[in-house]
Design a protein around this ligand. Structure first.
Ligand SMILES: [Zn+2]
Ligand SMILES: [Zn+2]
Length: 209
């Protein structure tokens, strides 16, 4: 598996480019900003991007999706419960994104769906709490955790228009992420990578819950 992390934009969101060595197909997770950098990295890696997966609808994760789509022809996929959030003008304005960055998804994702690229399979796990349509992608020994789970932290639940809920995010993490294997590497939407085991043992939001 080819895996490249780019930290983009003022909110330092992590964008991941994932590719198959077998057929050079790939996906981009959370192209939040800096489309030019993301596109040149896709070219460097010589990948054909099939899907752009948005872990949730906040503009710091979606801001460059339309430009990456235009360049690659890939489909934009997001959970249906974040459709209203994806172009919410109030939250976008708060995050400093303008209307010309509007994002139109092509495909809706639901819990239990599988995103496949070149023989690599990732399960869609619906993890509401940071926003109502937040998802994680799990497969190939890794978890892309969006803004649900961070190293030693969890996503905020107080962002306007997002239906954030502390009890719901804790339930999502405990029921759907802490059931995964300790060895799985977690690639979050912000900050450094971690593992399920490290978070199970050391994340204060999980150990105290
Ligand atoms: Zn977010
Ligand atoms: Zn974020």
């Amino acid at each position: 598996m080819i895996l490249k992390m780019l930290t983009v934009g003022a909110y330092e969101a992590n964008c991941y480019i994932v590719g198959s060595e077998k057929d050079r197909s790939g996906m981009v997770i959370d192209p939040g900003d800096e489309a030019g950098r993301i596109i040149s990295e896709i070219k460097n890696l010589n990948l054909q991007i099939k899907t752009i997966v948005l872990t949730h609808g906040h503009a710091d994760h979606t801001g460059a999706a339309m430009k990456v789509k235009k360049e690659t022809g890939a489909e934009i996929a997001v959970h249906e419960d974040d459709i209203s959030l994806i172009n919410n003008e109030i939250i976008s304005a708060i995050l400093g994104f303008s209307r010309d960055k509007r994002c139109i998804p092509d495909k809706l994702l639901n819990d239990g769906d599988v995103v496949s690229i070149g023989g690599l399979n990732f399960n869609v796990i619906h993890t509401p709490g940071h926003s109502s349509g937040g998802i994680c992608l799990s497969g190939e020994g890794v978890l892309f955790s969006g803004d649900t789970l961070f190293e030693n932290s969890i996503g905020r639940t107080d962002l306007p228009g997002s239906d954030g809920d502390y009890e719901i995010i804790i339930k999502s993490i405990k029921d759907k992420l802490m059931t995964l294997d300790d060895k799985i590497t977690v690639y979050p939407g912000h900050g450094p990578k971690t593992t399920i085991g490290a978070e199970r043992r050391g994340n204060p939001f999980i150990t105290s819950a």
